[in-house]
Design a binder for this molecule. Structure first.
Ligand SMILES: NC(=O)c1ccc[n+]([C@@H]2O[C@H](COP(=O)([O-])OP(=O)(O)OC[C@H]3O[C@@H](n4cnc5c(N)ncnc54)[C@H](OP(=O)(O)O)[C@@H]3O)[C@@H](O)[C@H]2O)c1
Length: 268
């Protein structure tokens, strides 16, 4: 049986790719998608939005109009996602969150919702990126104690948050593996007379330029050699397909707070 899915924020860069991915997926039935009440895409055909031709499904402005869906996929904004989370919880719907940039406090709100609903928080839904998280764990365990660890990320000029949710998650995975508190060891950019590098720190560097879809590198540097683990996304469709995989998995899940490592079976 197909999993019934609705796309929240379907007129966005990700939303349009999600429409196409859902429409073409053999195990997913696209029920609809949401836009703002003030959007110029109200009552617009989803297929036209995605550039794949009309598919006979119109955009909605209220989540209640999408109640036929079992799983909601949300790539909107922080405030909207938190509102959508409350609605999904009250209406017993599962939610895949692709939106990024949540504060620790907001993540706690999402975790709390996971006690009564199935929810996935996935700052990056690409399968390759989530395999990278696993590689970071293995690498940090082997050489993280004596190497300098730096994280680099680059994205398109329209991205609103920095560093990216993926970069933060990379730092979190490494810090957790090494028993460090990321809030204490993270260094976000450097300028002026910074002094020598403190071994315990994890540095973050950000580039915003043009149409870069998403690049992430973790550097583990010693004297004489360095290891770099890099992921490069060249199309948003990779995130959209990963989100479909997450939705399909979440449809069968009990109430809980999950991530892509759960979806891909990468948890120890
Ligand atoms: N998890 C991942 O793998 C991944 C990958 C890429 C991006 N992201 C994240 O996903 C989010 C969206 O990224 P994007 O590049 O697609 O941004 P975007 O192009 O700005 O899309 C966001 C969309 O959400 C819509 N929206 C906002 N509030 C809404 C509401 N109340 N009701 C309906 N629609 C609403 C916006 O509509 P308006 O245009 O009318 O404001 C816009 O179309 C960001 O947080 C980004 O960092 C995650």
């Amino acid at each position: 049986m197909k999993v019934k899915v609705a796309i929240l924020g379907c007129s966005g860069r990700m939303g349009r790719n999600l429409i196409q991915a859902a429409h073409e997926h053999t195990s997913i039935e696209l029920v609809g998608g949401s836009v703002r009440t003030s959007s110029s895409f109200v009552d617009f055909d989803l297929g036209e939005l995605a550039g794949i031709g009309a598919i006979g499904i119109k955009t909605s402005t209220q989540l209640s109009q999408l109640a036929a869906a079992d799983v909601f996929i949300d790539f909107t904004s922080i405030e909207t996602t938190l509102e959508n989370l409350t609605w999904c919880n009250e209406n017993k719907k599962a939610l895949v969150i692709g939106t990024t940039g949540f504060s620790d406090k907001q993540v706690q709100v999402i975790k709390q919702a996971g006690k009564t609903m199935p929810v996935i928080l996935a700052p990056n839904t690409s399968v390759g990126v989530n395999l990278m998280f696993k590689l970071l764990q293995v690498t940090a365990k082997a050489i993280g104690d004596y190497t300098d660890i730096e994280i680099f990320e680059a994205h398109h000029r329209f991205k609103k948050d920095a560093p990216s949710g993926t970069a933060v998650k990379m730092g979190q995975v490494i810090a957790d593996t090494l028993g460090r508190d990321l809030n204490k060891v993270a260094v976000y950019g450097r300028e002026g007379i910074t002094g020598e590098r403190d071994r315990e720190t994890i540095g973050f560097a950000t580039v915003r330029a043009g149409d870069i879809v998403g690049e992430h590198t973790a550097i583990f540097a010693d004297l004489g050699e360095r290891l770099e683990i890099t992921h490069k996304a060249s199309s948003r469709m990779t995130f959209a397909l990963g989100a479909m995989r997450a939705a399909f998995w979440l449809n069968d899940a009990e109430a809980g707070y999950y991530d892509m490592q759960d979806v891909l079976g990468l948890k120890d």
